[in-house]
Design a protein around this ligand. Structure first.
Ligand code: NAD
Length: 512
Protein backbone atom coordinates (compact mmCIF):
# COMPACT_ATOMS: atom_id res chain seq x y z
CA UNK A 1 0.00 0.00 0.00
CA UNK A 2 1.21 3.49 -0.67
CA UNK A 3 -0.08 7.01 -0.98
CA UNK A 4 -0.96 8.00 -4.51
CA UNK A 5 2.02 9.62 -6.21
CA UNK A 6 4.48 8.60 -3.51
CA UNK A 7 7.15 6.06 -4.40
CA UNK A 8 6.07 2.46 -4.18
CA UNK A 9 9.36 1.06 -2.90
CA UNK A 10 9.72 3.06 0.30
CA UNK A 11 8.72 1.05 3.38
CA UNK A 12 7.61 4.28 5.06
CA UNK A 13 5.20 4.91 2.24
CA UNK A 14 3.26 1.91 3.56
CA UNK A 15 1.57 4.00 6.19
CA UNK A 16 2.33 7.69 6.10
CA UNK A 17 0.25 10.29 4.31
CA UNK A 18 2.03 12.75 2.07
CA UNK A 19 1.61 16.13 3.76
CA UNK A 20 2.99 17.94 0.72
CA UNK A 21 0.17 16.90 -1.50
CA UNK A 22 -3.41 17.32 -0.26
CA UNK A 23 -4.76 15.81 -3.47
CA UNK A 24 -2.60 12.73 -3.06
CA UNK A 25 -3.64 12.39 0.59
CA UNK A 26 -7.21 11.71 -0.58
CA UNK A 27 -6.40 8.25 -1.89
CA UNK A 28 -3.93 5.46 -1.31
CA UNK A 29 -2.99 2.43 -3.35
CA UNK A 30 -2.90 -1.24 -2.45
CA UNK A 31 0.18 -2.98 -3.79
CA UNK A 32 0.97 -6.47 -4.95
CA UNK A 33 3.61 -7.65 -2.42
CA UNK A 34 5.11 -9.94 -5.06
CA UNK A 35 6.05 -7.09 -7.38
CA UNK A 36 5.25 -3.78 -5.69
CA UNK A 37 2.83 -3.00 -8.53
CA UNK A 38 -0.25 -0.92 -7.77
CA UNK A 39 -3.39 -3.06 -7.66
CA UNK A 40 -5.97 -0.32 -7.09
CA UNK A 41 -6.55 3.10 -5.51
CA UNK A 42 -8.87 3.58 -2.53
CA UNK A 43 -10.17 6.69 -0.80
CA UNK A 44 -8.77 7.74 2.55
CA UNK A 45 -11.85 8.24 4.70
CA UNK A 46 -11.28 11.35 6.81
CA UNK A 47 -12.93 12.17 10.11
CA UNK A 48 -16.15 13.47 8.55
CA UNK A 49 -16.45 10.51 6.15
CA UNK A 50 -16.03 8.13 9.08
CA UNK A 51 -18.58 10.06 11.16
CA UNK A 52 -21.07 9.92 8.28
CA UNK A 53 -20.64 6.16 8.01
CA UNK A 54 -21.23 5.80 11.75
CA UNK A 55 -24.35 8.01 11.52
CA UNK A 56 -25.72 5.80 8.75
CA UNK A 57 -24.86 2.75 10.84
CA UNK A 58 -26.79 4.17 13.82
CA UNK A 59 -29.96 4.35 11.72
CA UNK A 60 -29.36 0.93 10.18
CA UNK A 61 -28.75 -0.52 13.66
CA UNK A 62 -32.36 0.27 14.62
CA UNK A 63 -33.65 -1.65 11.60
CA UNK A 64 -31.23 -4.49 12.33
CA UNK A 65 -32.35 -4.69 15.98
CA UNK A 66 -35.98 -4.77 14.86
CA UNK A 67 -35.27 -7.82 12.68
CA UNK A 68 -34.93 -9.89 15.85
CA UNK A 69 -32.83 -13.02 16.13
CA UNK A 70 -34.80 -14.89 13.49
CA UNK A 71 -34.61 -12.08 10.92
CA UNK A 72 -30.92 -11.48 11.47
CA UNK A 73 -30.22 -15.18 11.20
CA UNK A 74 -31.87 -15.24 7.76
CA UNK A 75 -29.98 -12.15 6.53
CA UNK A 76 -26.66 -13.46 7.82
CA UNK A 77 -27.18 -16.87 6.28
CA UNK A 78 -27.88 -15.12 2.95
CA UNK A 79 -24.65 -13.15 3.48
CA UNK A 80 -22.84 -16.41 4.23
CA UNK A 81 -24.16 -18.03 1.06
CA UNK A 82 -23.05 -15.05 -1.00
CA UNK A 83 -19.54 -15.18 0.53
CA UNK A 84 -19.37 -18.95 -0.01
CA UNK A 85 -20.54 -18.61 -3.64
CA UNK A 86 -17.92 -15.93 -4.23
CA UNK A 87 -15.18 -17.70 -2.26
CA UNK A 88 -12.87 -18.16 -5.25
CA UNK A 89 -13.11 -14.49 -6.19
CA UNK A 90 -12.56 -13.38 -2.57
CA UNK A 91 -9.60 -15.75 -2.20
CA UNK A 92 -8.08 -14.22 -5.35
CA UNK A 93 -8.35 -10.72 -3.87
CA UNK A 94 -6.74 -11.96 -0.63
CA UNK A 95 -3.95 -13.68 -2.54
CA UNK A 96 -3.28 -10.60 -4.67
CA UNK A 97 -3.18 -8.17 -1.75
CA UNK A 98 -1.25 -10.32 0.74
CA UNK A 99 0.95 -12.32 -1.65
CA UNK A 100 -0.09 -15.60 -0.01
CA UNK A 101 -0.69 -18.60 -2.29
CA UNK A 102 -4.28 -18.96 -3.48
CA UNK A 103 -4.82 -22.21 -1.53
CA UNK A 104 -3.97 -20.53 1.77
CA UNK A 105 -6.30 -17.66 0.92
CA UNK A 106 -9.11 -20.07 0.10
CA UNK A 107 -8.65 -21.91 3.40
CA UNK A 108 -8.98 -18.62 5.22
CA UNK A 109 -12.26 -17.84 3.43
CA UNK A 110 -13.60 -21.31 4.29
CA UNK A 111 -12.88 -20.77 7.98
CA UNK A 112 -14.51 -17.34 7.95
CA UNK A 113 -17.67 -18.83 6.40
CA UNK A 114 -17.81 -21.44 9.19
CA UNK A 115 -17.71 -18.68 11.78
CA UNK A 116 -20.39 -16.61 10.06
CA UNK A 117 -22.61 -19.69 9.92
CA UNK A 118 -22.09 -20.48 13.62
CA UNK A 119 -22.64 -16.90 14.76
CA UNK A 120 -25.87 -16.64 12.71
CA UNK A 121 -27.24 -19.92 14.03
CA UNK A 122 -26.28 -19.57 17.68
CA UNK A 123 -26.93 -15.92 18.51
CA UNK A 124 -30.49 -16.55 19.70
CA UNK A 125 -29.54 -19.48 21.92
CA UNK A 126 -26.74 -17.53 23.59
CA UNK A 127 -28.26 -14.07 23.84
CA UNK A 128 -32.04 -14.40 24.11
CA UNK A 129 -33.89 -13.35 27.26
CA UNK A 130 -34.07 -16.06 29.89
CA UNK A 131 -35.41 -16.42 33.43
CA UNK A 132 -32.74 -16.69 36.11
CA UNK A 133 -33.21 -17.77 39.75
CA UNK A 134 -34.15 -14.89 42.06
CA UNK A 135 -32.86 -16.45 45.30
CA UNK A 136 -34.70 -16.80 48.59
CA UNK A 137 -34.28 -13.16 49.64
CA UNK A 138 -35.94 -11.95 46.44
CA UNK A 139 -38.39 -14.77 46.00
CA UNK A 140 -41.14 -12.26 45.17
CA UNK A 141 -39.27 -11.07 42.03
CA UNK A 142 -39.19 -12.71 38.60
CA UNK A 143 -35.65 -12.12 37.33
CA UNK A 144 -34.63 -12.23 33.69
CA UNK A 145 -31.44 -11.60 31.78
CA UNK A 146 -31.01 -10.80 28.13
CA UNK A 147 -28.12 -9.65 25.99
CA UNK A 148 -28.93 -6.50 24.02
CA UNK A 149 -26.94 -5.16 21.05
CA UNK A 150 -24.43 -2.43 21.82
CA UNK A 151 -25.43 -0.38 18.76
CA UNK A 152 -22.55 0.32 16.36
CA UNK A 153 -19.28 -1.62 16.52
CA UNK A 154 -16.13 -0.30 14.84
CA UNK A 155 -13.86 -3.08 13.59
CA UNK A 156 -10.20 -2.29 12.82
CA UNK A 157 -8.48 -5.15 11.02
CA UNK A 158 -5.00 -6.43 10.15
CA UNK A 159 -3.65 -7.65 6.82
CA UNK A 160 -2.24 -11.10 7.59
CA UNK A 161 -5.63 -12.90 7.56
CA UNK A 162 -7.72 -10.10 6.12
CA UNK A 163 -10.94 -12.15 5.90
CA UNK A 164 -10.74 -14.65 8.74
CA UNK A 165 -9.55 -12.25 11.43
CA UNK A 166 -11.90 -9.29 11.00
CA UNK A 167 -14.82 -11.58 10.19
CA UNK A 168 -14.22 -13.10 13.64
CA UNK A 169 -15.40 -9.75 15.00
CA UNK A 170 -17.78 -8.71 12.21
CA UNK A 171 -19.82 -11.96 12.15
CA UNK A 172 -20.28 -12.06 15.91
CA UNK A 173 -21.00 -8.33 16.22
CA UNK A 174 -23.65 -8.51 13.46
CA UNK A 175 -25.21 -11.67 14.88
CA UNK A 176 -25.47 -9.96 18.28
CA UNK A 177 -27.59 -7.28 16.59
CA UNK A 178 -25.07 -4.49 15.99
CA UNK A 179 -24.31 -2.51 12.87
CA UNK A 180 -20.62 -2.62 11.92
CA UNK A 181 -18.25 -0.08 10.40
CA UNK A 182 -15.09 -1.89 9.30
CA UNK A 183 -11.69 -0.26 8.67
CA UNK A 184 -9.60 -2.88 6.87
CA UNK A 185 -5.81 -2.75 6.90
CA UNK A 186 -4.37 -0.30 4.36
CA UNK A 187 -2.61 -3.32 2.85
CA UNK A 188 -5.86 -5.16 2.15
CA UNK A 189 -8.57 -2.59 1.38
CA UNK A 190 -9.84 -4.61 -1.59
CA UNK A 191 -10.79 -7.46 0.73
CA UNK A 192 -12.85 -5.08 2.87
CA UNK A 193 -14.56 -3.61 -0.17
CA UNK A 194 -15.35 -7.09 -1.52
CA UNK A 195 -17.09 -7.98 1.73
CA UNK A 196 -19.05 -4.72 1.78
CA UNK A 197 -20.15 -5.11 -1.83
CA UNK A 198 -21.28 -8.65 -1.07
CA UNK A 199 -23.38 -7.44 1.87
CA UNK A 200 -24.83 -4.70 -0.34
CA UNK A 201 -25.72 -7.27 -2.97
CA UNK A 202 -28.15 -8.88 -0.53
CA UNK A 203 -29.32 -5.82 1.47
CA UNK A 204 -28.62 -2.78 -0.75
CA UNK A 205 -30.68 -0.30 1.26
CA UNK A 206 -29.53 -1.31 4.75
CA UNK A 207 -25.98 -0.15 5.58
CA UNK A 208 -25.69 -2.54 8.49
CA UNK A 209 -22.19 -3.42 7.35
CA UNK A 210 -20.02 -0.64 5.90
CA UNK A 211 -16.35 -0.31 5.09
CA UNK A 212 -14.21 2.80 5.43
CA UNK A 213 -10.78 2.58 3.82
CA UNK A 214 -7.69 4.50 4.85
CA UNK A 215 -4.51 4.50 6.91
CA UNK A 216 -4.06 4.49 10.68
CA UNK A 217 -5.69 7.93 10.94
CA UNK A 218 -8.94 6.50 9.59
CA UNK A 219 -8.84 3.82 12.28
CA UNK A 220 -8.16 6.47 14.87
CA UNK A 221 -11.10 8.54 13.58
CA UNK A 222 -13.33 5.48 13.94
CA UNK A 223 -12.24 5.04 17.56
CA UNK A 224 -13.02 8.74 18.19
CA UNK A 225 -16.55 8.74 16.71
CA UNK A 226 -18.16 7.40 19.85
CA UNK A 227 -19.04 3.98 18.43
CA UNK A 228 -20.27 1.63 21.12
CA UNK A 229 -17.25 -0.67 20.98
CA UNK A 230 -14.03 -1.01 19.02
CA UNK A 231 -12.86 -4.48 18.00
CA UNK A 232 -9.20 -4.01 17.19
CA UNK A 233 -6.87 -6.65 15.75
CA UNK A 234 -3.25 -5.72 15.15
CA UNK A 235 -0.02 -5.08 16.97
CA UNK A 236 0.35 -4.26 20.66
CA UNK A 237 1.84 -0.81 20.04
CA UNK A 238 -1.13 0.18 17.83
CA UNK A 239 -3.55 -1.31 20.37
CA UNK A 240 -2.10 1.08 22.98
CA UNK A 241 -2.77 4.06 20.70
CA UNK A 242 -6.32 2.88 19.98
CA UNK A 243 -6.92 2.32 23.69
CA UNK A 244 -5.73 5.83 24.51
CA UNK A 245 -8.21 7.28 22.01
CA UNK A 246 -11.02 5.04 23.31
CA UNK A 247 -10.22 6.16 26.87
CA UNK A 248 -11.24 9.73 26.02
CA UNK A 249 -14.85 8.70 25.47
CA UNK A 250 -14.85 5.52 27.60
CA UNK A 251 -15.43 3.51 24.41
CA UNK A 252 -14.92 -0.15 25.31
CA UNK A 253 -12.33 -2.11 23.39
CA UNK A 254 -11.55 -5.71 22.54
CA UNK A 255 -7.90 -6.05 21.55
CA UNK A 256 -6.59 -9.05 19.62
CA UNK A 257 -2.86 -8.52 19.37
CA UNK A 258 0.33 -10.36 18.56
CA UNK A 259 1.75 -13.61 19.89
CA UNK A 260 4.98 -15.48 20.50
CA UNK A 261 3.40 -18.89 20.63
CA UNK A 262 5.37 -21.81 21.97
CA UNK A 263 5.19 -25.47 20.99
CA UNK A 264 6.24 -28.09 23.54
CA UNK A 265 7.51 -31.45 22.35
CA UNK A 266 7.58 -34.23 24.96
CA UNK A 267 9.92 -37.24 24.80
CA UNK A 268 6.98 -39.53 23.96
CA UNK A 269 5.65 -37.31 21.13
CA UNK A 270 5.01 -38.57 17.61
CA UNK A 271 7.99 -36.69 16.21
CA UNK A 272 6.96 -36.89 12.54
CA UNK A 273 3.60 -35.40 13.37
CA UNK A 274 5.12 -32.75 15.65
CA UNK A 275 7.63 -31.75 12.95
CA UNK A 276 4.91 -31.58 10.30
CA UNK A 277 2.73 -29.31 12.44
CA UNK A 278 5.75 -27.27 13.52
CA UNK A 279 6.67 -26.63 9.87
CA UNK A 280 3.12 -25.55 9.06
CA UNK A 281 2.73 -23.45 12.21
CA UNK A 282 6.07 -21.68 11.83
CA UNK A 283 6.40 -21.23 8.07
CA UNK A 284 2.83 -21.25 6.74
CA UNK A 285 1.77 -17.79 5.54
CA UNK A 286 5.49 -16.87 5.71
CA UNK A 287 5.22 -16.96 9.51
CA UNK A 288 2.81 -14.02 9.46
CA UNK A 289 0.31 -15.70 11.76
CA UNK A 290 -0.57 -14.18 15.13
CA UNK A 291 -0.95 -17.64 16.68
CA UNK A 292 1.79 -19.26 14.56
CA UNK A 293 4.62 -21.25 16.12
CA UNK A 294 7.59 -19.00 16.93
CA UNK A 295 9.35 -21.00 19.68
CA UNK A 296 9.67 -24.76 20.13
CA UNK A 297 10.83 -26.34 23.40
CA UNK A 298 11.90 -29.94 22.92
CA UNK A 299 12.82 -32.30 25.74
CA UNK A 300 16.55 -32.98 25.38
CA UNK A 301 16.34 -36.72 24.72
CA UNK A 302 14.51 -36.05 21.41
CA UNK A 303 15.77 -32.55 20.59
CA UNK A 304 18.25 -33.57 17.89
CA UNK A 305 15.89 -36.10 16.33
CA UNK A 306 13.08 -33.54 16.17
CA UNK A 307 15.40 -30.92 14.73
CA UNK A 308 16.56 -33.35 12.03
CA UNK A 309 13.00 -34.19 11.03
CA UNK A 310 11.93 -30.56 10.99
CA UNK A 311 14.96 -29.55 8.93
CA UNK A 312 14.35 -32.32 6.40
CA UNK A 313 10.72 -31.29 6.02
CA UNK A 314 11.37 -27.57 5.75
CA UNK A 315 14.20 -28.07 3.26
CA UNK A 316 11.49 -29.13 0.78
CA UNK A 317 9.62 -25.80 1.21
CA UNK A 318 9.61 -23.56 -1.85
CA UNK A 319 8.81 -19.97 -0.99
CA UNK A 320 7.89 -17.82 -3.96
CA UNK A 321 5.32 -15.76 -5.72
CA UNK A 322 3.24 -18.46 -7.40
CA UNK A 323 0.20 -20.37 -6.28
CA UNK A 324 2.16 -23.58 -5.86
CA UNK A 325 4.73 -21.87 -3.62
CA UNK A 326 4.86 -23.09 -0.02
CA UNK A 327 4.49 -19.50 1.11
CA UNK A 328 4.71 -16.06 -0.42
CA UNK A 329 6.61 -12.82 0.07
CA UNK A 330 6.47 -10.73 3.22
CA UNK A 331 3.26 -8.71 2.92
CA UNK A 332 4.55 -5.75 4.92
CA UNK A 333 7.97 -4.70 3.60
CA UNK A 334 9.15 -3.10 6.84
CA UNK A 335 8.67 -6.41 8.70
CA UNK A 336 11.67 -7.73 6.77
CA UNK A 337 14.04 -5.59 8.86
CA UNK A 338 12.50 -6.90 12.08
CA UNK A 339 12.96 -10.51 10.97
CA UNK A 340 16.58 -9.80 10.00
CA UNK A 341 17.31 -8.15 13.34
CA UNK A 342 15.87 -11.12 15.25
CA UNK A 343 18.07 -13.56 13.33
CA UNK A 344 21.13 -11.35 13.92
CA UNK A 345 20.35 -11.01 17.62
CA UNK A 346 19.90 -14.77 18.04
CA UNK A 347 23.25 -15.50 16.38
CA UNK A 348 25.07 -12.71 18.19
CA UNK A 349 23.80 -14.15 21.48
CA UNK A 350 25.33 -17.56 20.74
CA UNK A 351 22.46 -19.24 18.91
CA UNK A 352 23.08 -21.50 15.92
CA UNK A 353 21.33 -21.48 12.55
CA UNK A 354 20.68 -25.09 11.51
CA UNK A 355 18.91 -23.92 8.37
CA UNK A 356 19.35 -20.58 6.61
CA UNK A 357 20.65 -17.46 8.34
CA UNK A 358 21.03 -13.75 7.65
CA UNK A 359 21.45 -14.45 3.92
CA UNK A 360 18.00 -16.01 3.82
CA UNK A 361 16.45 -12.56 4.06
CA UNK A 362 15.76 -11.33 0.54
CA UNK A 363 14.16 -8.16 -0.79
CA UNK A 364 10.66 -9.55 -0.62
CA UNK A 365 10.95 -13.26 0.18
CA UNK A 366 12.60 -14.75 3.25
CA UNK A 367 13.83 -18.33 2.93
CA UNK A 368 13.15 -20.54 5.98
CA UNK A 369 15.42 -20.07 9.00
CA UNK A 370 15.67 -22.60 11.85
CA UNK A 371 17.62 -21.52 14.92
CA UNK A 372 18.64 -23.49 17.98
CA UNK A 373 20.31 -22.91 21.37
CA UNK A 374 19.10 -19.32 21.27
CA UNK A 375 19.34 -17.47 24.61
CA UNK A 376 15.95 -16.93 26.20
CA UNK A 377 16.73 -13.22 26.45
CA UNK A 378 17.18 -12.88 22.68
CA UNK A 379 14.72 -10.78 20.68
CA UNK A 380 14.07 -13.91 18.60
CA UNK A 381 12.63 -15.53 21.73
CA UNK A 382 11.02 -12.58 23.51
CA UNK A 383 9.44 -10.52 20.70
CA UNK A 384 7.03 -11.35 17.90
CA UNK A 385 9.12 -12.06 14.77
CA UNK A 386 6.22 -12.52 12.33
CA UNK A 387 8.37 -14.13 9.67
CA UNK A 388 9.42 -17.58 8.41
CA UNK A 389 11.86 -18.33 11.24
CA UNK A 390 11.61 -20.56 14.29
CA UNK A 391 13.66 -21.12 17.43
CA UNK A 392 14.00 -24.77 18.54
CA UNK A 393 15.49 -24.85 22.04
CA UNK A 394 16.36 -27.82 24.22
CA UNK A 395 14.78 -28.25 27.68
CA UNK A 396 15.57 -30.63 30.54
CA UNK A 397 11.96 -31.71 31.07
CA UNK A 398 8.37 -30.64 30.59
CA UNK A 399 8.39 -28.43 33.70
CA UNK A 400 11.20 -26.38 32.22
CA UNK A 401 9.32 -26.30 28.91
CA UNK A 402 6.24 -24.82 30.62
CA UNK A 403 8.33 -22.25 32.51
CA UNK A 404 9.99 -21.11 29.30
CA UNK A 405 6.78 -21.12 27.30
CA UNK A 406 5.31 -18.85 30.00
CA UNK A 407 8.43 -16.68 29.96
CA UNK A 408 7.32 -13.92 27.57
CA UNK A 409 4.84 -11.06 27.96
CA UNK A 410 2.62 -12.62 25.30
CA UNK A 411 -0.10 -15.20 25.88
CA UNK A 412 -2.08 -15.97 22.74
CA UNK A 413 -1.88 -19.68 21.83
CA UNK A 414 0.37 -22.68 22.38
CA UNK A 415 0.67 -26.31 21.36
CA UNK A 416 1.83 -29.49 23.05
CA UNK A 417 2.88 -32.77 21.47
CA UNK A 418 2.71 -35.88 23.62
CA UNK A 419 1.14 -39.33 23.28
CA UNK A 420 -0.09 -38.97 26.88
CA UNK A 421 -3.33 -37.01 26.42
CA UNK A 422 -3.89 -36.62 30.18
CA UNK A 423 -0.42 -35.11 30.48
CA UNK A 424 -1.24 -32.87 27.52
CA UNK A 425 -4.35 -31.55 29.27
CA UNK A 426 -2.42 -31.00 32.49
CA UNK A 427 0.28 -29.01 30.67
CA UNK A 428 -2.39 -27.07 28.75
CA UNK A 429 -3.88 -25.92 32.07
CA UNK A 430 -0.47 -24.63 33.19
CA UNK A 431 0.20 -22.53 30.10
CA UNK A 432 -0.61 -18.82 30.50
CA UNK A 433 -2.35 -18.41 27.15
CA UNK A 434 -5.86 -17.96 25.86
CA UNK A 435 -5.76 -21.12 23.75
CA UNK A 436 -3.86 -24.42 23.58
CA UNK A 437 -3.89 -27.31 21.10
CA UNK A 438 -2.66 -30.78 22.06
CA UNK A 439 -1.19 -32.76 19.13
CA UNK A 440 -2.04 -30.13 16.53
CA UNK A 441 -1.35 -26.45 15.97
CA UNK A 442 -4.05 -23.80 15.69
CA UNK A 443 -6.65 -26.52 16.35
CA UNK A 444 -8.77 -23.96 18.18
CA UNK A 445 -8.94 -21.47 15.28
CA UNK A 446 -11.35 -23.53 13.19
CA UNK A 447 -13.82 -24.34 15.98
CA UNK A 448 -16.41 -21.55 16.04
CA UNK A 449 -17.73 -22.45 19.49
CA UNK A 450 -14.31 -21.80 21.07
CA UNK A 451 -13.49 -18.25 22.12
CA UNK A 452 -10.36 -16.78 20.55
CA UNK A 453 -8.07 -14.28 22.25
CA UNK A 454 -5.08 -13.82 24.47
CA UNK A 455 -3.72 -12.34 27.66
CA UNK A 456 -0.96 -9.86 28.46
CA UNK A 457 0.70 -8.36 25.39
CA UNK A 458 -1.61 -10.53 23.24
CA UNK A 459 -4.60 -8.43 24.23
CA UNK A 460 -7.91 -8.89 26.01
CA UNK A 461 -11.50 -9.75 25.30
CA UNK A 462 -12.70 -12.60 23.10
CA UNK A 463 -14.06 -13.12 19.62
CA UNK A 464 -15.73 -16.37 18.42
CA UNK A 465 -18.07 -18.63 20.35
CA UNK A 466 -20.67 -17.67 22.93
CA UNK A 467 -18.14 -15.36 24.63
CA UNK A 468 -17.57 -13.66 21.29
CA UNK A 469 -21.31 -13.01 20.92
CA UNK A 470 -21.51 -11.66 24.48
CA UNK A 471 -18.45 -9.47 23.81
CA UNK A 472 -20.62 -7.47 21.43
CA UNK A 473 -23.66 -7.31 23.73
CA UNK A 474 -24.61 -5.71 26.97
CA UNK A 475 -26.30 -7.78 29.63
CA UNK A 476 -29.68 -6.36 30.56
CA UNK A 477 -31.11 -7.39 33.92
CA UNK A 478 -34.85 -7.01 34.51
CA UNK A 479 -36.97 -7.82 37.55
CA UNK A 480 -40.74 -7.93 37.64
CA UNK A 481 -42.46 -8.12 41.00
CA UNK A 482 -44.54 -11.28 41.21
CA UNK A 483 -46.14 -10.54 44.57
CA UNK A 484 -45.65 -8.09 47.39
CA UNK A 485 -42.65 -8.93 49.59
CA UNK A 486 -43.64 -10.34 52.98
CA UNK A 487 -40.87 -8.19 54.50
CA UNK A 488 -40.91 -4.42 54.04
CA UNK A 489 -37.15 -3.83 53.90
CA UNK A 490 -36.86 -1.40 50.98
CA UNK A 491 -38.77 1.36 52.64
CA UNK A 492 -37.94 4.52 54.49
CA UNK A 493 -40.46 3.25 57.06
CA UNK A 494 -38.90 -0.17 57.57
CA UNK A 495 -40.54 -1.97 60.49
CA UNK A 496 -38.11 -3.11 63.25
CA UNK A 497 -39.90 -6.47 63.31
CA UNK A 498 -38.96 -7.12 59.63
CA UNK A 499 -35.33 -6.22 60.32
CA UNK A 500 -35.20 -8.60 63.32
CA UNK A 501 -36.73 -11.36 61.24
CA UNK A 502 -34.16 -10.73 58.48
CA UNK A 503 -31.32 -10.93 61.01
CA UNK A 504 -32.59 -14.33 62.19
CA UNK A 505 -32.92 -15.52 58.57
CA UNK A 506 -29.40 -14.35 57.75
CA UNK A 507 -27.97 -16.43 60.60
CA UNK A 508 -30.03 -19.42 59.61
CA UNK A 509 -29.13 -19.26 55.92
CA UNK A 510 -25.50 -18.14 55.95
CA UNK A 511 -24.18 -18.27 59.51
CA UNK A 512 -24.02 -22.00 60.06
P1 NAD B 1 -1.13 -2.82 12.92
O1 NAD B 1 -1.21 -2.66 14.39
O2 NAD B 1 -0.04 -2.13 12.19
O3 NAD B 1 -2.47 -2.31 12.22
C1 NAD B 1 -3.74 -2.88 12.52
C2 NAD B 1 -4.81 -1.94 12.06
O4 NAD B 1 -4.76 -0.77 12.88
C3 NAD B 1 -4.71 -1.46 10.61
O5 NAD B 1 -5.99 -1.44 10.05
C4 NAD B 1 -4.17 -0.06 10.77
O6 NAD B 1 -4.52 0.81 9.71
C5 NAD B 1 -4.83 0.39 12.04
N1 NAD B 1 -4.16 1.47 12.73
C6 NAD B 1 -2.86 1.86 12.66
N2 NAD B 1 -2.63 2.91 13.47
C7 NAD B 1 -3.81 3.20 14.06
C8 NAD B 1 -4.21 4.17 15.02
N3 NAD B 1 -3.36 5.05 15.53
N4 NAD B 1 -5.51 4.17 15.43
C9 NAD B 1 -6.38 3.26 14.93
N5 NAD B 1 -6.06 2.33 14.02
C10 NAD B 1 -4.78 2.29 13.60
O7 NAD B 1 -1.11 -4.39 12.69
P2 NAD B 1 -0.93 -5.17 11.31
O8 NAD B 1 0.48 -5.02 10.88
O9 NAD B 1 -2.03 -4.83 10.39
O10 NAD B 1 -1.19 -6.67 11.79
C11 NAD B 1 -0.20 -7.49 12.31
C12 NAD B 1 -0.34 -7.64 13.80
O11 NAD B 1 -1.66 -8.12 14.09
C13 NAD B 1 0.59 -8.68 14.38
O12 NAD B 1 1.09 -8.25 15.62
C14 NAD B 1 -0.32 -9.88 14.56
O13 NAD B 1 0.14 -10.81 15.52
C15 NAD B 1 -1.59 -9.23 14.97
N6 NAD B 1 -2.75 -10.10 14.73
C16 NAD B 1 -3.42 -10.58 15.81
C17 NAD B 1 -4.49 -11.43 15.63
C18 NAD B 1 -5.26 -11.96 16.82
O14 NAD B 1 -6.38 -12.42 16.61
N7 NAD B 1 -4.74 -11.92 18.03
C19 NAD B 1 -4.89 -11.79 14.35
C20 NAD B 1 -4.18 -11.29 13.27
C21 NAD B 1 -3.11 -10.44 13.47
Amino acid sequence: MTQKSSTTDSPDSQSSPNPQSPAAAATFASLDPRTGDVIAEYPIADESAVAEAVDRARIAARWWDAQGFRGRREWLLEFKKAVARGATSLASVVSRETGKPYGDAFLEVMLAVEHLDWAAKNAKRVLKARRVPSGVASINQAASLEYRPLGVVGVIGPWNYPVYTPMGSISYALAAGNAVVFKPSELTPGVGKWLEETWNSIAPSQPVFQVVTGLGETGSALARTGVDKIAFTGSGPTARKVMAVCAESLTPLVAECGGKDAMIVAADADLDKAADFAAFGAFGNAGQTCAGVERIYVVESVHQEFLDRLTTLVSRAKPGGTDDSTYGPMTLPRQIDIVRSHIDDALAGGGTAVMGGPDSVGDRIIEPVILTNVPETSRAVCEETFGPTVVVNKVRDLDEAVDRANGTNYGLGASIFTRDKAKGRELAARLCTGMVSVNSVLGFAGIPSLPFGGIGESGFGRIHGADGLREFSRPKSVTVERFRSPLKLMSLERPQRDLDLSARMLKLMHGR
